[in-house]
Design a protein around this ligand. Structure first.
Ligand code: M6R
Length: 609
């Protein structure tokens, strides 16, 4: 779970590499490093800490050279340190390599290399790749990389430079993302598109087992086994500015505020202007297949899993499809029974989460049709699924997932409605009503964002407490889970998301004035139930922050503080309820001076299990 970049051209490589790494910092940020080729020398620079340390370092002591590779690290093997920071070199010191992924057989490779006299200087798995490339190097760096890759088990995206071949940069991938950017007299590599988007809009998205040999004049694509390969050039049509903060204090706040636009983009081309129909032309699933599924299964990690739970509720309620769910990290290891008539749905922002990808592959291998709900175009999960529905939310840089969650829920709602229509489990009127409600979501979300003063007030009033309980029921049980996760991951306040009906079975013991309860309480099937749970909290001197519909005056009697969302169908309410919960967490964290976009111990994309 690291970010890698590479550059070959005529400009100063450090400027391009450090710029690219800054946009990849969400992938990890405990140390960083560069390797630059210049006048027959290989220059290394490694720093501990965030990218700004590297920026300062190259500002104070610039490195010349027009070819190089860079890395931002999130430690897996070996603790964060300069010694363990990439790039790693071979024993001769002429080859440097950056790596994202995990080499599973590194211990045996290390033993073998040590027996041959190689001395290791780091605790990383990556260093074995550098030494392997060094071992096989006979004057052709591409051939040496090829031979080294043949020995590796596990996951990698690597970029390699060699002092003796200053006009080539070699990259390869297996189970870790890698793209190649096409320039004019210059070429680039990156772990993802935003890393190089300020330099080029034309990219190749490499497949597992692909290799790229870059010179200033061109790019040769082949398999690591040697056969040539062709890829279409993918032209990126979203804006480079979309990956910047756009005037907001944090990416997270910007991304929360992007939700109205993101909702429109998620529905674009799927619900046409003036139409009450949902069209999902990208689906390969036929009506016959949709009718044939006997069960559904949702699997994902973290926030994406909670969006999956929103989807489960919608699919059961609308399409009458029995849907089970499990965290991908559990599902993949519990020898589950996977039926051929099961539709397996995976949800992921990055499309690279290791556990989700493994669960998806397992389900597919066992004959289940797989559908993924993904943000990152061309990501591994998207490419490994039978069907993919992109959420089109645009890049999400803040480690805390916000717009991806609401857009995943929105796309799952569209899919559930589509399936319900095909399965004839919904009346025409109800279908049209819900499609109409979907269309109103961007404006309703905007209304929440237009006046955040009450949310700021709530965070000022309650943000000093160290324990929170989030209670939810029915459609908004996932909202409670997600609200609690948002608060804990960015503000480090302990928060538990719980089913309100389970309160009496244990968590009620936590209730006291210093442990406020946050509860989505929107009018609908379980409104009275949640209100009575709130009364139970009140009776034990607990403070209550409710999230309720505008116009619901009754709720004032049961809560100490009410945050409002515009009225909508209860089934779609999790999409709106998410916004005040995200903002509440954001303002609590910001007031505590937390690093909102890069919380401690976390990385945006968890590409290791
Ligand atoms: O990229 P994914 O959606 O697959 O990531 C899944 C989780 O790692 C992610 O949602 C994580 O829980 C976020 N930090 C939540 O804000």
């Amino acid at each position: 779970m690291c970010g890698i970049v590479g550059y070959i051209g005529s400009k100063r490589a450090t400027d391009i590499l450090v710029g690219g790494l800054k946009r990849l910092e969400y992938r990890g940020y405990d140390s960083a490093g560069l390797a630059i080729l210049h006048e027959g020398e290989l220059k290394l620079r490694k720093v501990l800490g965030k990218l700004r340390v590297m920026e300062q370092s190259v500002e104070e002591e610039p490195i010349e050279g027009t070819v190089g590779i860079g890395h931002t690290r999130w430690a897996t093997h070996g603790r964060p340190s300069v010694r363990n920071a990439h790039p790693h070199t071979d024993s001769s010191g002429r080859i440097a390599l950056v790596h994202n992924g995990i080499i599973e057989n590194y211990v045996e490779l290390k033993t073998e290399l040590q027996a041959e006299g190689v001395e290791f200087v780091s605790d990383t798995d990556t260093e074995v790749i550098a030494h392997l490339v060094g071992k096989y190097y006979k004057g052709d760096i591409a051939a040496a990389v090829r031979e080294a890759c043949a020995r590796l088990e596990g996951a990698y995206a690597i970029a390699v430079v060699c002092r003796d071949e200053p006009d080539r940069l070699v990259a390869a991938r297996l189970f870790s993302p890698l793209i190649v950017g096409l320039g004019d007299g210059e070429n680039f590599i990156g772990s993802d598109i935003p890393a190089i988007l300020d330099r080029t809009r034309d990219v190749y998205i490499l497949d597992d087992g692909d290799m790229a040999i870059l010179t200033r004049e061109g790019i040769e694509l082949c398999r690591v086994t040697g056969e040539p390969v062709r890829h279409e050039v993918y032209h990126v049509d979203w804006d480079a500015g979309a990956a910047e903060k756009g005037g907001y204090k944090h990416f997270m706040l910007k991304e929360i505020n992007e939700q109205p636009t993101a909702f429109r983009n998620a529905m674009r081309g799927r619900i046409r202007e003036g139409s009450s129909e949902i069209e999902l032309p990208e689906l390969s699933l036929t009506d016959e297949q949709l009718l044939g599924f006997r069960r559904g299964f949702v699997t994902a990690c973290g926030t994406a899993y909670y969006a999956g739970l929103v989807g489960k509720f919608l699919l059961e309620n609308l399409a009458r499809l029995p849907v089970d769910s499990d965290l991908a990290s559990e599902y993949r290891y519990r020898n589950p029974i996977i039926h051929k008539d099961q539709l397996t749905i995976t949800v992921s922002q990055s499309g690279e989460t290791a556990d989700t990808l493994a669960a998806l592959r397992m389900a597919r291998e066992q004959g289940s049709h797989t559908l993924s709900i993904v943000n990152a175009v061309g990501s591994s999960i998207a490419r490994d699924s039978d069907d993919v529905l992109y959420i089109n939310a645009g890049p999400e840089i803040g480690v805390a997932s916000t717009k991806a969650y609401s857009c995943q829920s929105l796309v799952l709602a569209m899919f559930a409605l589509h399936m319900a229509k095909v399965r004839k489990t919904i009346s025409k009127e109800r279908y049209a009503q819900l499609v109409d409600e979907l269309k109103q979501l961007p404006d309703k979300a905007q209304r929440i964002l237009d006046d955040v003063s009450r949310i700021q007030e709530a965070s000022a009033k309650y943000g000093q407490y160290n324990n929170f309980l989030y209670l939810g029921r029915g459609a908004n049980l996932p909202s409670a889970y997600e609200g609690a996760l948002k608060l804990k991951e960015i503000s480090y306040i302990h928060a538990e998301g719980y089913a309100a009906g389970e309160m009496k079975h244990g968590p009620i013991a936590l209730i006291e004035p210093a442990c406020p309860t946050v509860a989505p309480a929107v009018r609908g099937a379980v409104y009275e139930k949640i209100v009575s749970n709130l009364q139970e909290v009140r009776a034990r001197d607990g403070q209550i922050i409710a999230v309720a519909f505008e116009g619901d005056t009754d709720i004032e009697r049961h809560a100490d503080f009410v945050l409002r969302v515009p009225e909508c169908d209860e089934l779609l309410s999790p999409i709106l309820v998410a916004l005040p919960l995200q903002l509440f967490a954001y303002y609590c964290a910001d007031a505590r001076g937390c690093d909102v976009d890069q919380p401690r111990n976390l990385a945006k994309s968890v590409t290791v299990e």
